[in-house]
Design a protein around this ligand. Structure first.
Ligand code: 5AD
Ligand code: SF4
Length: 457
């Protein structure tokens, strides 16, 4: 239970009063950008807001409170936030009582907070990734004292509490098992904005999963920047979560190749609820660039892990992250990344053009290749992946897949979309009442990004 405290009780009165003036519950627009961890933080913030009387809207113009939960991992994510913020100025002019806040990874950076302080004066509240637990007192300060609040605290907050969360889905849930990152890859802002690693206790993770399963959740994704450094042992946690009774499946991400152990592989292959899938970020395919990135593994070590898994499960599903155009990367080195894509055969890759992040070591490196050129390399990489994956996905054709139905499909209004155990998108014709259920689908066709098939009734 979240204790409301005096600030929470103040907000309950505030929303009741505002609601009677509006004629309906005041609405909050909360938008989370970026990774699943951030979505999960946003769900906790929404839980706190719901507990003091806010409803929610997807339309900023209907909102009495706008909160953007931001991502800092690449520059275009930050540009989008500033773009959206510009649009909110008019809303504030129309309704001076509108509260506008920015939180999350981007807000944790001092130069961003400064920019908002100076150039976006209609923003009332800025807080980073540590201060979410103080949401009530920050809002009270804004409302009661009519002060702008900037909270860039780096004090680790309680992570083992039983938090109220308002989850986006009623059948798929994210469960953070750890926060922060100690790896300091030279391109990455995450360790600076999310701080050092902190692991939740296994008891608190297991109790959360138990409740979710009892509430009918069918897919649990355990989250951490690097689950392999979970302090209480990740393979053991996987086994404990696997023992929870119920009809659900377990995913997790991400797993750093530097410490993906045999015990991890044993646990994945030995636990029936754990999906036979691993997200193993490669980032680059040459030892020189991996070293410059401070990734702490070589291409040989990475491929060793892949071979170990595939020798035991030849069709095991792998996905990865790739950065194209790290400072100093040559075309020849980039081609080595393409070679690995062909060699490993991924079901999906998440690839990005390198983005310079202020405050990271790589930001100081000389970078001679233009973004335009890097964009061309990225296209080349995606073509390579498309070719490889359309062949590789064909292994599923003719087989039956267990699919968790997620929603309406893209192919036609009659189609549904879901994911198989390997995390690959499957489209098929079926009724909307199946959303949130496991169904069996006979796979009839592989495309380069997804599968399609027929529902088995
Ligand atoms: N530029 C481009 N991509 C990045 N990532 C992290 N930092 C950067 C950056 N500065 C990518 C990595 C990581 C994923 C979550 O985002 O591939 O695995
Ligand atoms: Fe960033 Fe590397 Fe940590 Fe991932 S492991 S969050 S890429 S520093």
């Amino acid at each position: 239970m979240t204790e409301l405290g005096s600030a929470g009780r103040f907000l309950v009165e505030y929303t009741a009063d505002l609601g009677s003036r509006l004629g309906h519950r005041p609405l909050a627009y909360v938008h989370s950008y970026g990774c699943q961890q951030n979505v999960s933080d946003g769900e906790r913030i929404m839980g706190q807001l719901a507990a003091v009387g806010y409803g929610f809207t997807k339309e900023p113009s209907e909102a009495s409170l706008i909160l953007l939960n931001t991502c800092a991992v690449r520059e275009n994510a930050e540009d989008r936030v500033f773009g959206n913020l510009g649009g909110f100025k008019k809303l504030k002019e129309k309704d001076p009582g509108l509260l506008i806040g920015i939180c999350g990874c981007m807000a944790q950076q001092e130069h961003i907070a400064e920019k908002i302080k100076e150039s976006y004066r209609y923003v009332d509240l800025v807080f980073g990734t540590f201060a979410g637990g103080d949401l009530y007192s920050m809002l009270r300060k804004v409302i009661e004292d009519k002060e702008r609040v900037f909270n860039l605290s780096e004090k680790p907050s309680d992570i083992d509490g039983d938090f109220v969360q308002l989850r986006e889905s009623s059948f798929r849930a994210y469960v953070p098992i750890m926060y922060g990152c100690n790896n300091f890859c030279t391109y990455c802002i995450v360790p600076y904005v999310r701080g050092r690693e902190r692991s939740r206790s296994p008891e608190s993770v297991i109790s959360e999963v138990r409740k979710l399963v009892a509430d009918g959740y069918k897919e649990i994704t355990l989250l951490g920047q690097n689950v392999n450094s979970y302090s209480y042992g990740f393979p053991a946690l996987l086994r404990s979560v696997n023992e929870i009774e119920g009809d659900f499946r377990i995913r997790f991400m991400s797993s750093h190749p530097k410490d993906a152990s045999d015990e991890l592989i044993d646990a994945i292959l030995g636990c029936e609820k754990v999906c036979k899938q691993l997200h193993l970020p490669l980032q680059a395919g040459s030892d020189r660039i991996l070293k410059a990135m401070n990734r702490s593994y070589t291409v040989e070590r990475y491929l060793g892990i892949v071979d170990k898994i595939r020798s035991r499960a030849p069709e095991f599903s792998l996905t990865t992250d790739i950065i194209v155009g790290f400072p100093g990367e040559t075309y020849e080195e980039f081609c080595m990344t393409k070679d690995i894509i062909r060699r490993v055969k991924y079901d999906n890759i998440y690839s990005f053009v390198y983005s310079r992040r202020t405050g990271t070591p790589a930001a100081k490196l000389e970078d001679k290749i233009s973004d335009k050129q890097k964009g061309l390399w990225l296209r080349e990489l995606l073509l390579e992946q498309r070719e490889t994956s359309s062949e590789w996905l064909a292994r599923f054709v003719g087989r039956t897949a267990r699919v968790l139905v997620e929603g309406e499909g893209r192919t036609s209004p009659e189609h549904l979309t879901g994911k198989n155990d390997e995390g690959i998108i499957v489209e098929f014709v079926g009724g909307r009442e199946l959303i949130g259920q496991f169904v069996d689908v006979k796979i009839t066709k592989a495309m380069n990004w997804a599968l399609s098939g027929e529902l088995i009734i």
